[in-house]
Ligand binder design. Structure first.
Ligand code: SF4
Length: 428
């Protein structure tokens, strides 16, 4: 009976959200400004004064982070459980930012290097048109491609200018894979940036060696938040789960990225997706919606950051998180089975394994990620730009290197030599 009720609610919701999605195209900037009036300082702004015109995405506490309310009381920072990954948003995608905000998706994630700076410029364009929305937003950005503290400071200053804002809510050191980056120099810089009012919270993102990086972060009192790869595949990783637990216990906010778990080999991924589609359509979801719901079954995750490059995707993802149907143990078993069956098409980011097997070529996991962008996301330009950042000397050797030692120890059993050759062919 309950299941039937859920299905009915879901149908009604999809109808409602369809109408809202179309209607929003005609909503004025003034309506955005008045949609969610805050009762606290900062991005915890929830509608209290007016009834929302659109269904609002549920919110979760951002770890143990707090902020001051208007009355000076310490209150938890809350963010939508679905955050807006603006990796592919640029200055022309203003409608998406407007719509996201209407659904209460006020947590926007960008980075210094996304879309060659156009992602931050897009947010800047939005804020220059709607300056009053700044206090409703929780903006996260990242210091990309840094080697020194001076680089981190430089990236921050540029990001502030691009986004027309004088502070960033959450600032990450981007893509750490070795814990020596989390040193006292970085700690002091983060403290100073907070004192200057340029950032409110600080943390890091990690795509590789995630368990090691999270374990290191859990021990540091100055890390407020960590963005990590986390999806139905990585939910099976015991070491990563232990590390996530350590962060959660330490009160560090965890934001999941790459929640769709896309891999390098299209054929294998398509087969996995076919099985997920077969199962989850019977449950009333698309595979993409089910993947988001799977990550959010983990209460340790504060928000799932998902790239949404068009209105249909935004609506579909919002529908997934508004729907109250819970995934069952049987659903989770299907995810586990698909994850096992398709592991040879997915690089798990355990760079320490391939780097120790092949110390002279420490770029295998990077190349795997760029190939994933190319093959699974269709991000050919981005993949080529990232590939071009590999030092020329190493790039020249990628096709001729002997990868047998890495293939022998790769826990995912990836055909590394074949994939490296494919990457050189497509990305060089
Ligand atoms: S190629 Fe294999 S060993 Fe290297 S990071 Fe990917 S999954 Fe891990």
């Amino acid at each position: 009976m309950k299941e039937k009720q859920n299905r009915i609610n879901r149908r009604n919701f999809l109808k409602t959200i369809g109408a809202a999605g179309l209607g929003s195209v005609f909503v004025s900037a003034q309506a955005i400004g008045s949609a969610n009036k805050p009762d606290v300082i900062g991005p915890n702004a929830r509608q209290k004064i007016q009834k929302p015109r659109y269904p609002l995405v549920p919110r979760r506490k951002l770890g143990k982070l707090t902020q001051l309310s208007k009355s000076g009381k310490k209150v938890p920072v809350e963010v939508p459980c679905l955050s807006f990954g603006t990796f592919r948003v640029d200055t022309e995608n203003q409608i998406l930012l407007r719509m996201a905000l209407q659904y209460g998706i006020d947590f926007w994630d960008t980075a210094y290097n996304y879309s060659n700076g156009n992602s931050e410029l897009g947010i800047g364009k939005f804020l220059s048109r709607h300056p009053k929305t700044r206090k409703k937003l929780f903006i996260a950005s990242k210091a990309s491609n840094t080697k020194t503290i001076a680089d981190v400071e430089h990236r921050l200053q540029i990001s502030l200018k691009r986004m027309n804002t004088n502070y960033i809510d959450l600032y990450y050191l981007h893509e750490i894979e070795e814990t020596d980056r989390l040193n006292n120099e970085l700690r002091d810089w983060a403290k100073h940036a907070k004192e200057r009012g340029l950032i409110r919270f600080f943390g890091f993102t990690t795509h590789r060696n995630m368990a090691e990086c999270l374990n290191a972060g859990a021990k540091l009192k100055w890390i407020d938040a960590i963005m990590t790869q986390y999806n139905f595949r990585q939910m099976q990783d015991k070491d990563l789960n232990v590390a996530i637990d350590a962060c959660h216990k330490a009160g560090i906010a965890l934001i999941a990225m790459k929640v769709h778990g896309k891999g390098q080999i299209k054929k294998i991924e398509t087969e996995g997706d076919r099985k997920l589609t077969e199962h989850f359509l019977k449950r009333g979801f698309t595979k993409g919606q089910a993947k988001i719901k799977a990550v959010l079954t983990d209460e340790r995750v504060c928000s799932a950051c998902v790239g949404m490059q068009n209105v249909a995707l935004l609506n579909s993802n919002v529908a997934a998180v508004l729907d109250k149907t819970k995934l069952t143990p049987e659903d989770m078993k299907v995810f586990k089975k698909v994850s096992q069956e398709t592991c040879s098409g997915y690089c798990a980011g355990c760079a320490y394994i391939c780097n120790s097997a092949l110390p002279d070529m420490p770029y295998v996991s990077d190349v795997m990620r760029y190939l994933m962008y190319y093959n699974s996301y269709g991000e050919k330009k981005v993949a080529r730009e990232l590939f071009a950042q590999i030092p020329e000397q190493a790039r020249d050797k990628l096709a001729s290197t002997d990868y047998r030692a890495v293939e022998a120890c790769c826990p995912q059993h990836l055909p590394i030599a074949k994939l490296m050759a494919e990457a050189v062919n497509k990305l060089a």
